[in-house]
Design a protein around this ligand. Structure first.
Ligand code: XMP
Length: 310
């Protein structure tokens, strides 16, 4: 791919689409939406409004970190607190597709839909990448960001058009665009993070408490594996429990799974051969999380497993 040509073409297309109007986009904290934001800001400057929706499913310190990283690039980001809307929509849901559906609907229909309407933006810029589209078409899973799956025609329903500048790229392509856009290393090297955020790593019901558990585990895994060079690493919370012992008492505790993978574009993946010492260290820190008494390492390649857990 000719990256410079790609950037020029997408920038021109964004300018043409938006004209003298305004555009809006949402940052999730992942590489795709970050690249999308920088690309759109380069094309549109102050005609672009970027929001970060706090959906309660974020990693520790994420809203603050994202705002700061973009501030350093001169791109203002508005944080919108929608935690109660998302937690309310997820209450009682166990089925993975229903959970994804609830998150997507809450995002587009309630939270973001309202933001877009209030902002008067004519174009919504979205960081969908080719892998999202391929997996949706293949029926593997509902992706967070495919509006057509919801049967939503945004122009008809909300009065805005959706533009997806990254839809021909896979993760490696997105990273090359990020480098060409001179984005800070800290953002480019961020590991992939899914649209449904930590909810993609909770088997069973997503509650405030369960989010807190997976959030703590995620912080440990990310800290321990930051220098591993792996493509992606994460922690997932299972819905089962297992018997453990703490302070001489039985504890029917929760189970955290650690996943660390090697991959080029997330279409296929294999588990990273982490050292026994590293695995033990991660395990001992994870079982210090209140209520967690077991930690497992996932060896499954993709396929048959996916990277995320729902
Ligand atoms: P899966 O779990 O589908 O993930 O093997 C492939 C890559 O895409 C990232 N990712 C998502 N995964 N829903 C997903 O299930 C999403 O909305 C999403 N957005 C990004 C995932 O983290 C992995 O790198």
């Amino acid at each position: 791919m000719d990256v410079q040509k790609f950037i020029e073409e997408q920038t021109a297309e964004l300018k043409r689409l938006v004209g003298k109007e305004t555009a809006i986009n949402a940052l999730s904290g992942g590489v795709d939406s970050a690249v999308c934001t920088v690309l759109a800001h380069r094309a549109l400057g102050s005609q672009l409004k970027t929001v970060f929706v706090d959906n309660a499913l974020m990693r520790e310190g994420e809203p603050e970190l994202v705002v700061e990283l973009f501030e350093r690039m001169g791109i203002p980001v508005e944080v919108v607190d929608a935690r109660s809307e998302f937690l309310g929509a997820l209450k009682g849901l166990m089925d993975p597709e229903k959970k994804r559906h609830a998150i997507t609907r809450t995002f587009y229909e309630n939270v973001f839909g309202k933001l877009v309407r209030d902002s008067g933006a004519k174009v919504l810029i979205h960081g969908t990448i080719l892998t999202d589209i391929e997996e949706t078409v293949a029926g593997i899973k509902r992706q967070h960001n495919i509006l057509s799956q919801l049967g939503i025609d945004p122009e008809k329903e909300y009065g805005y058009r959706v533009f997806e500048p990254l839809k021909t790229l896979r993760k490696d392509g997105v990273r090359s665009v990020a480098v060409a856009l001179d984005m800070p290393d800290e953002l480019i090297r961020r590991i992939p993070f899914p649209g449904p955020a930590l909810a993609a790593r909770i088997v069973g019901e997503v509650t405030g408490d369960r989010l807190e558990t997976v959030r703590k585990a995620t912080a440990i895994v990310e800290e321990e594996l930051r220098d591993s060079g792996a493509f992606q690493y994460l922690a997932a919370l299972l819905s089962d429990r297992a018997t453990g012992m703490r302070d001489g008492k039985r504890e029917y505790g929760q189970i955290i799974v650690v996943r660390c993978i090697e991959s080029v574009d997330a279409r296929t993946a294999t588990a990273t051969e982490l050292s026994w010492e590293k695995l033990n260290r991660i395990c001992s820190r994870i079982v210090e999380i209140p209520g967690v008494s077991r930690c497992l390492y996932d060896l499954t390649p993709k396929p048959p497993a996916t990277v995320e857990y729902i």
